[in-house]
Design a protein around this ligand. Sequence first.
Ligand code: NAP
Length: 308
Amino acid sequence: MLDAIIIGSGPAGLSAAIYAKRAGLEVIVIEKVYYGTGQVAESSQVDNYLGFAGINGYELGAKFREHAVSLGVEFQSAEVNGLESVDGGWKVQCSNGECLEARAVIYAAGAKHRHLEVEGEDIFAGKGVSYCATCDGAFFKGKDTIVVGGGNTAMDDTLYLSDICSKVYLLHRRKEFRGSARTLERIRQKENIEIVTEAKISKIIGDSTVSGAVLEDGRTIKAEGIFVAVGMIPQTEKIKGIAELDESGYVIADETGKTKAEGFFVAGDVRKKALRQIVTAVSDGANAAVSAAEWLSHVKFHIKEIGE
Ligand code: NAP
C-alpha cells in the first residue's frame, strides 16, 4: 500500500507531490491528461506569481513538473473512476483498469470550465466556440471574436486576443466587472476592443462554423470565434459522499486540507476558499502534504503498536 495518492497534477497536486516526496512518503500522482499541469498551462501570461513576472503559463507549469520529476515523483495517466474507503486506507479505481491503494489521498482535481448552456454552444464547440484563448486564439488570426465573461480570465483573454484578432467584443452580463481594474483600463485603451455590458447571449449561430451570437435583446454580433470565460466548476462529483461540499460543490476544509474523512485531504481550486490563484494552490498543496505526512506518522505508529 502506498503512503499517498495525489489526484491532479496542477500546481496544488505538484506542490503536494514535492512536499510529500521530501517528507519521505511513497506517492503517485494520478492525472487525467498526460503532462496536465492544470489551468496554469492555459494562461498566456502570469504576472502575479512571485519571482516569475510575465512568465508564460505553460512554461511555469513545465517548471513545476520538472521540479516534481527531479525528486522522483511518479505519474499515472488516467481518469479516476471511483474512490472508496477500505481497511487501512483508500482504494482508487482508474479508467485504465488499474486500482491503486494508499493510506491517504490528497485530492487536487481542480475545476472545469463552466458552459453558457445556450443553444448552439455544444454544436459549435471546437468549431468556433472555445474555452481556452491561449490554446485556440491563433486559429482566429485577423478575425472578429467575442469573449464572454467579466472576470480576470475573460479580461486577460480579451487582451491576449486583441493582439491576434482584428476585433474583440468583450461581452459581460452586468455593468460592473469582477476582474482587475488595471486590466480593464488596459482593455479600454485598445482600439480594437469593444466592451458590451448588460448583454447575455441567447443563441450561438453559424453554418458549419460559428458566424455570430444573438443576444437576449435581439441584437446579433458577428464573429467567427466565441471564447467562453465564465468561471469554473469544481471537480468534486467523484467525491460526493466522501467529503463535505458547500452549495457550489467546493470541499469544505481549512488550510490544512483535512476533511471530515479520515486520511482524505484536499488542495487547490476544489477547496472552499476566498482566493483561487496559482500561489494559493501551491500553498494548499504544501499544507495538505504536510498534514498528510503528520497524519500518516500517527497511523504508522499506531499500526506498529498494534503489531507489537
Ligand atoms: P470568475 O472570477 O468567477 O468570473 C466569471 C465571470 O463570468 C463573472 O464575471 C460572471 O458574471 C460571468 N458568468 C458566470 N456565469 C455566467 C453565465 N452563465 N453567463 C454569462 N456570464 C457568466 O472566473 P474567472 O474569471 O475564470 O476567474 C477565476 C479565478 O481565477 C478568480 O479568482 C480570478 O481572479 C482568478 N484569475 C486570476 C487571473 C490573474 O490574476 N491574472 C487570471 C485568471 C483568473 P458576474 O460577474 O455577473 O457574476
